[in-house]
Design a protein around this ligand. Structure first.
Ligand code: SF4
Length: 98
């Protein structure tokens, strides 16, 4: 994965906005949030579990998830994997067109 995809993740950002200053992942290794297994596979889910655990105790999950939908294409962010965010996007589109 290119580093370009990692630059928008809260673990790699300066604390420019207020919510990023409160991110639970700020002191974590960014690698924790970027599983290497194929998205949507059980191996990916196992690798993503520690990052999701950090997200569960994060006070700014909603802010992060909104940012993730807009600007974080890869990795675990807002408590969801990239695959789960894509599924949510598709679900949202279906709901809007139904
Ligand atoms: S929700 Fe997860 S990825 Fe987002 S700021 Fe919090 S700990 Fe970091």
């Amino acid at each position: 994965m290119s580093t370009r995809h990692r630059t928008t993740h809260p673990t790699n950002q300066p604390a420019g906005s207020r919510w990023r200053q409160r991110a639970a992942c700020r002191d974590n290794d960014p690698d924790l949030f970027f599983p290497t297994a194929a998205p949507g596979t059980p191996a990916h889910d196992r690798q993503a579990a520690p990052a999701k655990k950090v997200c569960r105790r994060c006070p700014v999950t909603a802010d992060c998830l909104a940012e993730a939908f807009a600007r974080i294409p890869n990795g675990v962010a807002g408590g969801l994997t990239e695959h789960e965010r894509e599924q949510a996007r598709r679900g949202g589109r279906k709901a809007r067109t139904a």
